[in-house]
Design a protein around this ligand. Structure first.
Ligand code: ATP
Length: 213
């Protein structure tokens, strides 16, 4: 199925897991169909965007009927390759890193943090949320090119040197929670999440664009 699909725009692809999670809940509650308005309310994406996104999946909603939940679910399952677990390594078992290890995306069946690294001898050798914490010195030996994704929750000053080592190990994607802007070759994908900036921008929007009502 996936070979025949047209390429989905990146912005749409980013919303897939959101849609997928909601549809799974709907399915579990026995619902067979859903309207773009209902979806919109649940996932906080406007209905026009949802309709456009879904048209890429070949799911054309019918007026007065909505979308077929089973069809969408099977599409998402195949597209997101639920059967295949993507292994993730986490770097920096501080406050944020510890929270991620305990959380471990257990509601996503297709990603799993399988190992963590730190330089603090008090943390090395422990397990957090069931995930072993290794010394950073063991990075090359442990990763061996097998793990495609890294989460960075190290101090900003440590991020670039670590990234260079990860790139040399064949990492494909980095979820960067540090404020550092990372230099990587073009074929590596970095998603940057700066929580402080997100919060600041939310405050700015609330102040400057208060919602009408
Ligand atoms: P957080 O930023 O997650 O709230 P924190 O304030 O507890 O964490 P930080 O100083 O940001 O601590 O460090 C996060 C973690 O990263 C610490 O456990 C620290 O030992 C670890 N760390 C520092 N340098 C490196 C490095 N080069 N590689 C891996 N881990 C590192």
């Amino acid at each position: 199925m996936s070979n025949e699909q047209p390429k989905i725009p990146q912005a749409t692809a980013k919303r897939l897991p959101l849609y997928y999670r909601f549809l799974k809940n709907l399915h579990a509650s026995g619902k067979q169909r859903v309207s773009s308005a209902e979806l919109s309310e649940a996932v906080k994406v406007d209905p026009a965007t949802i309709r456009r996104d879904f048209s890429y999946f070949g799911a054309l909603g019918k007026k007065g009927y909505g979308y077929n939940v089973n069809y969408l679910l099977s599409f998402f399952r195949q597209t997101l390759e639920e059967d295949e677990v993507t292994e993730v390594a986490l770097f920096g078992v501080g406050n944020l890193g510890t929270a991620f290890l305990n959380y471990n995306f257990s509601k996503n069946n297709n990603t799993k943090i399988v190992m963590a690294f730190d330089v603090d001898e008090r943390k090395v050798g422990t397990t957090v949320g069931g995930v072993p914490v290794y010394h950073l010195d063991e990075l090359e030996e442990r990763l061996r090119g097998d793990i495609p994704i890294a989460i960075l929750t190290v101090p900003a000053a440590a991020a670039q040197a670590l990234t260079d080592r990860l790139v040399a190990q064949g990492i494909k994607g980095i979820l960067n929670f540090t404020p550092a802007r990372l230099n990587v070759p073009n074929h590596i994908r970095v998603h940057h999440i700066d929580l402080a900036i997100e919060l600041q921008s939310l405050v700015y929007f609330l102040k400057n664009y208060p919602s009408p009502s």
